[in-house]
Design a protein around this ligand. Structure first.
Ligand SMILES: Nc1nc2c(c(=O)[nH]1)N[C@H]1C(S)=C(S)[C@@H](COP(=O)(O)OP(=O)(O)OC[C@H]3O[C@@H](n4cnc5c(N)ncnc54)[C@H](O)[C@@H]3O)O[C@H]1N2
Ligand code: MOO
Length: 397
């Protein structure tokens, strides 16, 4: 008797897998956070400028502010003399007007006094009583125009933007104290396998420490998720059933192990029996046996047990789906060849040196050091081997 044809898609592409997972995740609600808690969050709404930056036309240097035309003739041999009539400090502008042959002292970030449009830095000046002597012409290039960064009312940051450190700084500069951000996804995490042992416990031959759960929890936190640690379940349908049930309320359940062809790989059949399978197997290596499905409304992504496989599937499929940020790749020159697989995209571990990337070497899915020592995943598309000297796309780790 031949096995019945599965009624779910198999051997989907990496892109399809990513899109199918993203489609199962709930639309995130919005909450408000203070600037100090905004790092790593995602903007829920566009952010506009409440003020202009700079808020006035100001100096980029410490020196004097003057009329450019007064200083054209200045050289070291024949300095130009200007009368100092006051000073402009950051936050404390000069209120008078600067006339012909006059200047004010000025400091970085201080507003340009009315009547001036050029700066001469202190390095090019000499004091002489109430006057200064300029050894070179003053330059309007050392002035920062009002609104040169952004103007009040400008739309500056788009909804969906991940708040990196520079973007938190920008949000503050725009004048916002609180930001509307997407609520964090709540993700339950379970590792499976009779041989999987908590780090620190004694380890017998054939057992392995639970690196996946800690690696995946760290990756989830990098994605800004709240992680619900479900611990570890043995390879038994009843134990797995109970563990999956305990994830109720989460937006997503991530599991590791038990998704391949072995007699003790129960994840797929459990989903078929109690939920549904959205796909099984992705055309990628490592990570081919990844599984997506649902369990009473809870999306479930089953990552393969092999340590490199689970983390690579997370990096290229789960992370972009959870964060809504597309996977960024860059082009480097291959320093070594990278082999192609006929029917899978390969994500080989590579070491970056200058503008080149070389094969890490040991590419087995159980060689965790190939990930921790590598800088990037080298993307080798199905059937298209990379020769040394070719351009290649890489994803940074
Ligand atoms: N006959 C076939 N065998 C296998 C196939 C196949 O297509 N046909 N696929 C292979 C591939 S590719 C992968 S990847 C693995 C995935 O298998 P499972 O998801 O069922 O994972 P396990 O069998 O449970 O474990 C595999 C491997 O990973 C270690 N492991 C498991 N959990 C953890 C953990 N939490 N931390 C660290 N290491 C873990 C486990 O001890 C095994 O060594 O299947 C291949 N087989
Ligand atoms: O694809 Mo598996 O993930 O080779 O080890």
């Amino acid at each position: 008797m031949t096995a019945p044809r599965p009624d779910f898609p198999m051997h989907v592409s990496v892109e399809q897998a990513r899109e199918m997972l993203a489609a199962l995740l709930p639309a995130p609600a919005t909450e408000t956070v203070g600037l100090a808690d905004a790092l790593g969050r995602t903007l829920a709404a566009p952010l506009g400028a409440l003020v202009s930056h700079p808020s006035a036309t100001e100096s980029a240097l410490d020196g004097i502010a003057c009329r450019e035309a007064d200083t054209w003739a200045a050289t070291a041999a024949a300095p130009v003399r200007l009368r100092v009539v006051g000073e402009s400090r950051a936050g404390l502008p000069f209120t008078g007007t600067v006339g012909e042959g006059e200047c004010t002292r000025i400091y970085t970030g201080a507003p340009m006094p009315p009547g001036t449009e050029a700066i001469c830095p202190v390095e090019e000046l000499a004091d002489d009583g109430d006057d200064v002597l300029l050894r070179r012409p003053a330059s309007p290039g050392d002035v920062r125009p009002e609104g040169g960064d952004f103007r009040a009312g400008d739309d500056v940051m788009a909804a969906g933007l991940l708040l990196t450190a520079p973007r938190v700084a920008l949000a503050a500069a725009l004048g916002h104290r609180e930001l509307a951000v997407r609520r964090r996804h709540r993700v339950a995490l379970l590792s499976t396998g009779d041989e999987v042992v908590e780090p620190g416990e004694p380890l017998s031959a054939g057992q392995v420490y639970d690196s996946n759960r800690y690696g995946l929890a760290a990756m989830l936190r990098e994605c800004g998720c709240d992680v619900l640690m479900l611990g570890h379940a043995p390879d038994s349908p009843d134990a797995l059933h109970a563990a999956i049930e305990s994830a109720g309320g989460a937006d997503l359940l991530v599991t590791s192990g038990g998704v391949s062809m072995g007699r003790y790989d129960f994840m797929r059949d459990l989903l078929i029996e109690h939920g549904r399978v959205a796909f099984w197997k992705v055309r990628m290596r490592p990570g081919g046996p990844a599984l997506l499905g649902g369990w009473q409304g809870l999306p479930v992504i089953g990552l393969p047990g092999n340590p490199v496989s689970s983390l690579v599937v997370f990096h290229v499929i789960v992370r972009p789906a959870l964060t809504g940020q597309s996977l960024q790749s860059l082009t480097l020159r291959a320093a070594t060849p990278f082999r192609a697989l006929p029917d899978k995209t390969a994500f080989w571990r590579g070491v970056i040196d200058g503008g080149t990337v070389r094969d890490y070497g040991r590419q087995g899915s159980g060689i965790l050091r190939s990930l921790s020592d590598a800088d990037a995943l080298v993307i080798v598309p199905e059937g298209r081997a990379v020769a040394a000297g070719d351009d290649v796309q890489v994803v940074l780790l």
